[in-house]
Design a protein around this ligand. Structure first.
Ligand code: NAD
Length: 496
């Protein structure tokens, strides 16, 4: 049985913890590895390694830091397929989807290669007689990241390349469900030649997270995961005096206007609703067609598509969607489907009890489509995080917008229309952080920044891009006077 190791101070080390959890292959239901839940001492030793490496790394010229990133980028490109295989094995997503995940993570490393230009300061000459001021962004020191299961390679790469290129050292606590992809990205990081201790990985659960949140040597924490944990991490981390950015769950709506190309809208909903088995924080889980005719046409077009969805293991090249992450999660998703039926929604396509031949012990749920869902139902209000798409019919555009604005989450949203005026008004007024116009999953590219609104995000900064640089640096402003003012003797009043 493979034992998942930690990575501390440039070495892979086996945890001494006897408290271990299994890692499964969700397509087969078989255990593939065992993951020790690190002890407080092990987390502390990762932080100590990061702390020891921080002064020298922070003083390394930013161009030199970027050169390590270029080397890392080269290795990630070379091993993209290997990383994707590790993702699929433990997460279950298809190989192409896993490659897409690696690509999006890689793009943040590309961004990090150019960070020196974003670390440039501001300079003002003669702000007073013979006085000049310059402002500069400094690294924080040791920072940490806590990440979810659904993007085991990409979400860590939203964080550590930016933090490290800014001159910080990093402690990563990945999801305990799919730890092998982050470990491979750590191996490649070391191979790129970064000094020991710059990036450390500790596996664990709540104990490891709490140790990170309370640790006085960690100056900032980035978190991505479910909303209750995001809120908890934000509160505990900020109470301990840290900067915290904590991204949470989502319920993303897509409005389909009567003038939209209905085939394109249906195709977009297939990818956005069922890709990665719906386990994406930017998945569309609610389709909102405007008017009865639009709704009837949309459901008519979606039904055969959902029925034809090819669900299978990542090793099946034809599979469009894999299993969900755990047995417990499969049961939870199926229970939501039961709740939808019980509350009176129309179950158009039922994915319960689905299992591809030869994978009877896998955690598969078939593509599921509900129509006539209403906003009081649990399947509308809560994040299911599975391959379940709900159609909520709205009588007009205004009702759809009010519905989205009233939802507790505000991560992503989209509108499908040919009407520029409606699209512009939607993008301007909707209370959601990331908006797509005829784009179903509007994840910002690496040189913009990612972040939702409302209960999808706690803290002030988005991930990666310029917001990431601001999160991982602090401003220092220096005012200088050389040397004439001093020659004339001390001044005890503010100059007027
Ligand atoms: P999760 O909240 O269960 O776990 C996330 C991290 O928190 C893991 O590292 C886990 O070990 C840790 N954790 C879990 N329980 C904890 C506790 N009680 N105390 C301290 N730490 C704890 O999330 P998940 O199931 O791994 O991921 C799915 C969730 O992540 C979904 O809600 C999804 O929407 C969200 N997500 C959000 C974004 C975003 O950008 N907003 C991106 C990806 C995923």
């Amino acid at each position: 049985m493979t034992i998942i190791q930690n990575a501390i101070n440039g070495q892979r080390v086996t945890s001494a913890s006897t408290n271990r959890v299994p890692v499964f292959n969700p397509a087969t239901g078989e255990q593939s590895a065992e993951l020790p839940l690190s002890t407080v001492e092990e987390v502390n030793s990762a932080v100590a390694a990061a702390k020891a490496a921080a002064p020298e790394w922070g003083d390394t010229p930013s161009l030199k830091r970027a050169r390590y990133m270029f080397k890392y980028l080269e290795l990630l490109n070379k091993h993209a397929d290997d990383i994707a295989r590790e993702i699929s094995k433990e997460h279950g997503k298809t190989h192409d989807d896993a490659l897409g995940e690696v690509q999006r993570g890689l793009e943040v490393v590309e961004f990090a290669c150019g960070i020196p230009s974003l670390l440039k300061g501001d300079y003002s000459r003669n702000v007073g007689p013979s006085i000049d001021t310059y402002a500069d962004r400094k690294p924080l020191g040791v920072v940490a990241g806590i990440t979810p299961f659904n993007f085991p390679a990409m979400v860590p790469m939203w964080m550590f390349p930016v933090a490290i290129a800014c001159g910080n050292t990093f402690v990563l606590k990945p999801s305990e469900r799919d730890p092998s992809a982050p470990m491979l990205t750590w191996d490649l990081f070391q191979e790129a030649g970064f000094p020991d201790g710059v990036l450390n990985v500790v596996h664990g659960d709540k104990l490891a997270v709490d140790t990170i949140l309370d640790h006085q040597d960690i100056k900032a924490v980035s978190f991505v995961g479910s909303t209750p944990i995001a809120e908890y991490v934000y509160q505990r981390g900020t109470a301990a005096g840290k900067r915290v950015q904590a991204l949470g769950g989502a319920k993303n709506h897509m409005i389909i206007m009567p003038d939209a190309d209905m085939d394109k809208a249906a195709d977009a909903l297939m990818g956005a609703g069922y890709g990665s088995a719906g386990e994406r924080c930017m998945a569309i889980s609610v389709a909102v067609p405007i008017g009865e005719k639009t709704a009837d046409t949309l459901v008519e077009k979606l039904k055969p598509r959902v029925e034809a969805l090819k669900v299978g293991p990542a090793t099946d090249k034809d599979a469009e969607m894999g299993p969900v992450i755990t047995k417990a999660h499969k049961e939870k998703v199926e229970d939501y489907i039961n709740q939808g039926v019980a509350s009176g929604a129309d179950l158009v396509v039922d994915g319960r009890g689905y299992s591809p031949q030869g994978y009877e012990n896998g955690y598969f749920v078939g593509g599921t489509l509900f129509d006539k869902v209403t906003t009081d139902m649990s399947i509308y209000k809560e994040e299911i995080f599975g391959p379940v798409l709900s159609v909520v019919r709205a009588k007009d555009y205004g009702e759809a917008v009010d519905m989205i604005n009233a939802h507790e989450y505000g991560n992503g949203t989209a509108i499908f229309t040919r009407d520029g005026d409606a699209a512009r008004e939607f993008a301007d007024k909707i209370e959601v952080g990331m908006v797509g116009v005829n784009v179903p999953i509007p994840v910002p590219v690496a040189f913009h920044s990612f972040g939702g609104w409302k209960r999808s995000s706690f803290g002030a900064h988005g991930m990666y891009g310029p917001e990431g640089v601001h999160f991982y640096t602090r401003l220092k402003t220096v005012t200088t006077r050389w040397p004439e003012g001093i020659k004339e003797g001390a001044v005890f009043t503010f100059p007027s």
